[in-house]
Design a protein around this ligand. Structure first.
Ligand SMILES: Nc1nc2c(ncn2[C@@H]2O[C@H](COP(=O)(O)OP(=O)(O)OP(=O)(O)O)[C@@H](O)[C@H]2O)c(=O)[nH]1
Ligand SMILES: [Mg+2]
Length: 519
């Protein structure tokens, strides 16, 4: 089933035109159509060892992707929902080689097939978290091995596969991800920004822009000197990054990926809690020495065996250990569950999940529909003249319908948010709210207003945008402004009380009928 009403309508369009197109164009349109039935595909990208796979495990709620100090992820690995756990290596020729999970229930590190022959690894898991999200782990972008980056680019940006006779599943997996989480550590350096810039130029229209990509500042704990609190240091750094990356990602969220993985994937046992409790019971001076460095923590004489300490370090690192110890020093009777909840809170993951929900999940209908329309436009651009005409006509009819104006708004918000078409900040913010929200009170900045007041504000906004379009604007700004004008006009209409005799009551104050395509 498509993700929502917009996707359903685009799917219908695909079904209708596919029967009238030439065979090659029809095949490509059917591929676009199939993607509409799949959950939103989020790719996790970033530099080598940034903590991508650790975050993937936290998102899935299971430790299945190998992580560690060496280069771990060498091929694109897709995690999706399945009724049974299953790992398939998909070869470049499209054939699949099933592999058993390793003894720890993870994707095996050794795939037994030369890397150059692998297209991607397809992992099906029974995890409920994957029911409405496909998570894609990628090798580090600046990998020393050129082939890896090529593979990642091919996957992320939908560059055409080398072999034309790949099976459908490979082709589907290789085409563009719809949303990207870009994982950074420490300060964003100029070359990271360059990497993001290259994302933008290479990506398909919706693959990387502030509407559908999110920055993640991981390993925040590494900012803590000697087990101190890293968050006060993280806050200004994150704000600075968000500013640098304003035109590339919608937000930058700080997170301690390792703590998120450990808590989300349930990796802390009662034995770990007991070890932490014993450490917490040490005299304060001794605790301070233990927490001064990783070496002291594992090498120093102490009632807790070194192996148990090493295990704790692997799961929590020094910051998490210090945090757990201070929690248990204050509340020695805490259960493992209580400790895990405290650590989860400290990981920053709840905020990340909330941001993901806001940024991607509830927008997924519009993002996927927009992505599909972009896919159809690509088919039109490169197709035979007859196909081109048919497709362009169908797309135009689609976006002319009021409820699909949202797609135009998304497009407009994208060109503005990437800086391609500059707008005064107030207008930019208003347009972004209009494109990305279905809450009139939020869009119009009137949280307590009722429908009549909101309707008046929407009409006033429509008038303002029209005035801007005809008076002060460049041609590109004017095109954007007219899209916003119509958006506000439609919003005002949706806030009007139903005429007598018309079915259905007027929408309640503060919420409009879902003209925006949102359910
Ligand atoms: N202290 C700390 N360590 C982390 C954090 N996130 C990840 N790590 C560790 O950093 C190392 C690299 O993490 P991975 O998740 O394998 O990184 P990756 O980006 O997937 O690495 P490649 O796939 O090899 O490019 C592992 O040892 C993780 O345990 C974090 O937030 N804090
Ligand atoms: Mg990895």
């Amino acid at each position: 089933m498509p993700a929502g009403p917009l996707c359903a309508r685009v799917a219908q369009l695909c079904d209708e035109v596919a029967t009238r197109l030439s065979a090659p164009a029809a095949t490509r349109v059917r591929r676009v159509r199939r993607r509409l039935d799949e959950p939103l595909r989020v790719a996790v990208a970033g530099r080598l060892k940034a903590g991508k796979s650790t975050l993937v495990n936290a998102l899935i709620g299971r430790r299945v992707a190998p992580t560690g100090a060496g280069e771990c992820t060498r091929v694109v690995t897709q995690f999706r929902y399945g009724t049974a756990d299953r790992v398939d290596v998909v070869r470049r020729d499209g054939t699949r080689v099933p592999l058993p999970m390793d003894d720890a229930g993870m994707v095996p590190r050794r795939l037994g097939i030369p890397q150059a022959a692998i297209s991607y690894v397809d992992v099906a898991l029974t995890s409920d978290r994957l029911r409405d999200l496909i998570v894609v782990d990628t090798p580090g972008l600046s990998s020393a091995t050129a082939g890896i980056s090529g593979g990642t680019r091919r996957y992320l940006f939908g560059e055409p596969p080398v072999d034309d006779d790949l099976d459908d599943a490979s082709v589907a997996a290789l085409s563009a991800a719809e949303a990207i989480v870009y994982v950074f550590t420490q300060a964003v350096r100029a070359d990271d920004v360059a990497a993001l810039e290259s994302f933008r130029s290479l990506s398909a229209r919706l693959s990387s822009n502030p509407v559908n990509s999110l920055g993640l500042f991981s390993k925040v704990d590494k900012l803590a000197g000697g087990g101190g609190d890293p968050w006060p240091v993280a806050a200004p750094l994150v704000a600075g990054q968000a500013e640098v990356l304003r035109r590339v990602v919608s937000d930058v969220v700080p997170v301690v990926g390792l703590l998120a993985e450990t808590t989300e994937a349930g990796r802390l046992t009662d034995a770990d809690t007991a070890a932490l409790r014993a450490l917490a019971a040490c005299p304060a001076g001794e605790r301070a020495v233990l927490l001064a460095s990783v070496d002291l923590f594992v090498d120093r004489d102490c009632p807790v065996p070194a192996a148990a300490r090493r295990r704790l370090l692997e799961r929590l690192d020094l910051y998490g250990v210090a945090l757990a110890m201070s929690h248990l020093a204050a509340a020695p009777r805490s259960s493992t569950g209580e400790l895990v909840r405290a650590l989860a809170q400290a990981s920053g993951f709840p905020r990340l999940r909330q941001t993901l929900d806001h940024t991607f999940r509830w927008r997924s209908d519009a993002i996927k529909a927009g992505s599909a329309v972009a896919g159809l436009e690509r088919v039109a651009d490169t197709g035979e003249p007859a196909d081109r005409e048919l497709l362009r006509g169908a797309i135009e009819d689609l976006v002319r319908l009021p409820e699909y104006h949202r797609l135009r708004l998304l497009d407009a918000a994208q060109v503005v948010s990437t800086g391609e078409v500059p707008l005064p900040p107030v207008l930019e913010q208003e347009l972004t709210r209009l494109a990305l929200s279905d809450d009139p009170a939020f869009i119009l900045g009137l949280p307590t207003a009722g429908a009549p007041e909101l309707g008046a504000a929407a009409r006033a906004a429509a008038v303002r945008w029209r005035a801007f379009a005809v008076a002060d604007a460049t041609p590109a700004q004017s095109r954007v402004a007219l899209v916003a004008h119509r958006g506000f006009h439609l919003l005002a209409q949706s806030l009007q009380p139903a005429a007598p005799g018309q079915a259905g009551p007027a929408p309640a104050a503060g919420r409009a009928a879902p003209v925006w395509g949102a359910p």
